[in-house]
Design a protein around this ligand. Structure first.
Ligand code: FAD
Length: 395
């Protein structure tokens, strides 16, 4: 018998397990993957996420792997360029972008060091339900079927969550897919964190471990079939057309890994919790990855969940109330970034983005507010000051 079973051991699951274990609870952390292993994702963690890693005592191990601090950001839309960085958060002056095989391994190691029991190569195949509550999981491990019980099962098992499927967690605030994304890693590029929006899509450059730079190309979702028919040619064209500065470096550089990509840029919230179960990370909410918020948002959810529930896991009534509060606060805290991601990723929003950037780049204060808003440090309302609105309407 455990106090809590966490399904999925990456950004959402390992941090949830780490925090529950630090609260003195008996935690079972399960993943069908084995670590270290990579996953489909680019890597940018904004300052609030980095600040949480520091608070949890994980950041030093990550920076020791050599992933650089990214404290200069470039955004360019056609010919309009803004440069800057979000304000420091709890002394954290920049973002980081560690490789996922490194980040996820280190998070899982910290969960284990805090006292969680980690089982990898263990696939959850079902939930045990009694009297209308989830009370445990069934899983397959080394060919054996195993059952484990706990008063709370956390689904931290990603967009295709098994836990969400078995509890039939309803989706809401769904929106159509807006982009598709391809990326790979290059040696020898000199870039900051840079994001370009051009005629036919978006390109980002993200310095990561071992001196490598991840370059991604995003395209409108309605081009996905055409893009994937010759993904490397489409990627190269995307970089050339939308970020010529990056293309100049990439065209002669050494590509370090195969190209990876996805059209599964889903946009949804799922019901957060029910009797004996709760969802964190992509399992409960997913948005277009163009705005690079998924990892930090997973950290936000794990912290919120553990703060609200660690003391009440064995009291079904208080647990139900705490889970209801978790669901409400999760949606309140993530809704603005969700709407922002939908705006940034929609091709139709380009004129609005152009008007915004060309107005705000004339003012250092507005430029700072913009970078703070993008990183999630300020609400959007703080950006749209009377000064900005006046500048926008004058154009
Ligand atoms: C192309 C792309 C680029 C992105 N770029 C960024 C970025 O730059 N910055 C950012 O912040 N976010 C980015 N994201 C989003 C980010 O990757 C996700 O939000 C984040 O990985 C979510 O973490 P998670 O722990 O919720 O889920 P996942 O990372 O999906 O982990 C889920 C885990 O659950 C395990 N699992 C699943 N089912 C079972 C089962 N039945 N039994 C046992 N284990 C199971 C899986 O093996 C997996 O290890 C990007 C995403 C994509 C697709």
């Amino acid at each position: 018998m455990y106090d809590v079973i966490v399904v999925g051991a990456r950004c959402a699951g390992s941090t949830t397990a780490l925090l529950y274990a630090r609260a003195g609870l008996r935690v079972l952390l399960l993943d069908r993957a084995r670590f270290p292993s990579d996953t489909l994702s680019t890597l940018y963690i904004q300052q609030p996420g980095v600040a949480r890693l520091a608070r949890w005592g994980v950041l030093d191990d990550l920076t020791a792997t050599g992933c650089p601090t990214l404290d200069r950001v470039v955004y360019q839309l056609d010919d309009i360029r803004v440069e800057g960085c979000a304000a420091p958060v709890e002394g954290i002056t920049g973002a980081i972008a560690p490789r996922r095989h490194t980040l996820d391994r280190i998070l899982a190691e910290h969960a284990v060091a805090a006292g969680a029991e980690l089982r990898t190569g263990c696939q959850v195949t079902g939930l045990i339900e009694e009297d209308g509550r989830v009370v445990g999981v069934t899983c397959k491990e080394a060919g054996r079927s195993v059952t484990e019980r706990a008063p709370l099962v956390v689904g931290a098992d990603g967009m295709r969550s098994t836990v969400a499927r078995f509890v039939r967690a309803a989706e809401y605030h769904e929106a159509p897919r807006l982009t598709c994304a391809y990326y790979t890693f290059w040696a020898g590029l000199q870039t900051d964190f840079e994001l370009y929006e051009g005629k036919s899509g978006w390109v980002s450059a993200v310095p990561t471990n071992d001196g490598a730079v991840l370059v991604s190309a995003y395209f409108p979702q309605d081009r996905f079939e055409e893009v994937r028919a010759d993904a490397l040619a489409s990627y190269t064209d995307g970089v050339r057309i939308n970020a010529p500065q990056i293309y100049e470096q990439v065209k002669d550089a050494e590509r370090l890994e195969r190209l990876r990509g996805t059209g599964e840029q889903r946009n949804y919230f799922r019901r957060a919790a029910g009797p004996g179960w709760v969802l964190v990370g992509d399992a409960g909410h997913h948005k277009d990855s163009l705005t690079a918020r998924g990892i930090g948002d997973a950290f936000l959810q794990s912290e919120l969940l553990v703060e609200l529930t660690a003391g009440v896991l064995h009291d079904p009534e208080r647990l139900a109330s705490a889970l209801a509060v978790y669901g409400t606060r999760r949606d309140e805290q993530l809704m603005e970034a969700y709407q922002g991601a939908l705006m940034v990723a929609s091709a139709e929003g380009k004129d609005k983005r152009r008007a915004l950037l060309s107005a705000l780049r004339t003012s250092p204060d507005l430029t700072q507010r913009y970078f703070d808003t993008v990183a999630g440090l300020r609400p959007v309302a703080d950006l749209y000051t009377p000064e900005l609105l006046a500048l926008m309407s004058a154009r």
